[in-house]
Write a protein that binds this ligand. Structure first.
Ligand code: PM9
Length: 460
């Protein structure tokens, strides 16, 4: 008898958006005009857009219906109270302040919690998160396990914290210099790699005695919960909903970019349990985002977010979402494409070091590969290597991350399995011609988050 392992999308399609298919000369011209930076391409020139899963998900009919219930009052919108209730129920935090997106919450949190000279340990950096920590006077320290820095190393929880690294920081600087540990779920820059519940519990036990708080970057928390359910002994029978709440229970607050897990095109929030920190944050939010009951969002955006959060913690949703990512990853593995293992939650991360071993990191192999992938079939991806890592704010030196990756990020509920086949075939085609790929030279570098706006030229 056949065993049932297949998954299918727990929805059907009601509306479609037509895609434009371009020619090779058109794509060559478009990427040249974009300075070989996929962020500078016009979206109308893109066939399959895997730049990011941020704000690119398809909303459900329920979410669109919720948009019509927008209470666009300046203060005290009904949608704010709905969102607050959902955040309290689903994640268990006491206070919630909406922000226009994740980095809005990171800015407020960093200003409230970090003093000049503070140390912020975290399980690998994230671009916007580290920048806000630095702008607030903090210094980020990476305490992720070593395995996370090796794309080929199969470890089920590469997002785990190395407690010895944290202990070394406590010994060197003292616990009072560490206001909080910043913990990301399905660590983005490591390839969408999860943290285990066991590691989080151990971290909580260690930090609690020292008075160090834990702040969660909960951007892709449901995806992390899926990996706990499927990889960590003892959790297979638990629902995604209950795992999500348990993860949050080991932390003191969170920043959220709701543009990912929570299935909205814009929005985020800051969640806190401490009353004093909340009061300071809810005062500061009026300086940067808007009143604490809208935080830069329209009422309709908050309604869509409240509904999206509930949809995001459905077991059927998350199984299909990650199932699609794994489907693409398995295809690429069969074609011998070097990718980060295990396959992560929100995309496939090609290991540009192994894909293009003839290019030094200073020639921006991942940036060059992302450009070539666009030229081949109009598939837009993103560099996650030396360009994204940026420079040390103090010394001005380039950070040289061990990981030099190209991210093929899968938007939620947007593309079909057939799109995944086309993507894998295109990557394979570029792989067959990889020896012809030359590096790039950076010709324009902006001061902050350079990967968004830097421009490059092809090395002749
Ligand atoms: N992540 C992403 O594509 C969008 C900006 S960077 C290209 O992966 C984490 C883990 C994120 C994240 C954004 C933010 C910031 C915080 N933490 O983009 O400001 O992945 O909503 O969130 C992006 P916002």
């Amino acid at each position: 008898m056949m065993k049932k392992h297949s998954w299918a999308e727990p929805y059907k399609i009601k509306m479609v958006e037509l895609l434009k298919i371009t020619t090779l000369p058109q794509r060559r011209k478009a990427i040249d005009n974009a300075g070989y930076n996929t962020f500078l391409l016009k979206s109308e020139d893109v066939y399959i857009d895997l730049l990011t899963d941020s704000g690119t998900s398809a909303m459900s009919d329920q979410q669109w219906a919720g948009m019509m219930l927008g209470d666009e009052a300046y203060a005290g919108s009904a949608n704010f109270y709905h969102l607050e209730k959902v955040v309290q129920e689903v994640y268990g935090y006491k206070y919630m302040i909406p922000t226009h997106q994740g980095r809005g919450a990171e800015n407020i949190l960093s200003q409230v919690m970090i003093k000049k000279g503070d140390i912020i340990p975290g399980n690998m950096y994230f671009t916007t998160t580290r920048l806000h920590q630095e702008l607030a006077g903090g210094v980020f320290h990476d305490i992720i396990i070593e395995e996370a820095h090796d794309a080929a190393n199969y470890h089920p929880f590469k997002g785990d914290v190395d407690l010895n690294k944290l202990e070394a920081l406590v010994k060197e600087y003292g616990a009072d210099k560490i206001p909080y540990v910043c913990i990301a779920v399905t660590v983005n820059m490591a390839g969408g790699q999860p943290i285990s519940m066991g590691n989080l519990k151990a971290l909580r036990a260690y930090t609690e005695n020292l008075g160090i708080k834990i702040i969660l970057d909960m951007t892709r928390i449901a995806e992390n919960a899926y990996f706990i359910q499927n990889r960590e002994p003892g959790y297979a029978q638990r629902s995604i909903r209950s795992l999500v709440k348990e993860i949050c229970s080991y932390t003191d607050g969170a920043t959220m970019s709701a543009k990912k897990d929570a299935l909205v095109n814009i929005g985020g929030f800051l969640a806190l349990n401490n009353t004093d920190a909340y009061e300071e944050a809810s005062n500061l939010v009026v300086v940067y985002e808007g009143l604490h009951t809208y935080g830069g969002l329209a009422g309709r955006d908050m309604e869509a977010m409240a509904i999206g959060i509930k949809e995001s913690i459905s077991d059927a949703h998350i199984k299909a979402r990650i199932g699609q990512v794994i489907y693409l990853g398995e295809q690429m593995k069969q074609m011998d494409i070097p990718i980060t293992e295990p396959i992560g939650g929100h995309g496939i991360f090609i290991d540009a070091k192994r894909f293009l071993p003839h290019l030094h990191q200073e020639l921006f192999p991942a940036q060059a590969l992302a450009a070539e992938l666009f030229i081949d079939a109009g598939i837009r991806t993103m560099e996650r290597g030396i360009v994204s890592a940026g420079r040390n704010a103090k010394t001005g030196e380039n950070y040289c991350p061990k990981l030099e990756l190209v991210r093929l990020t899968i938007p939620r509920r947007v593309y079909t399995q057939a799109h995944m086949d086309v993507i894998a075939e295109s990557v394979c085609n570029v792989y067959d011609n990889r020896k012809k790929i030359k590096g790039l030279k950076m010709v324009y570098e902006p001061k902050y988050l350079r990967f968004f706006q830097a421009r490059f030229e092809k090395i002749k």
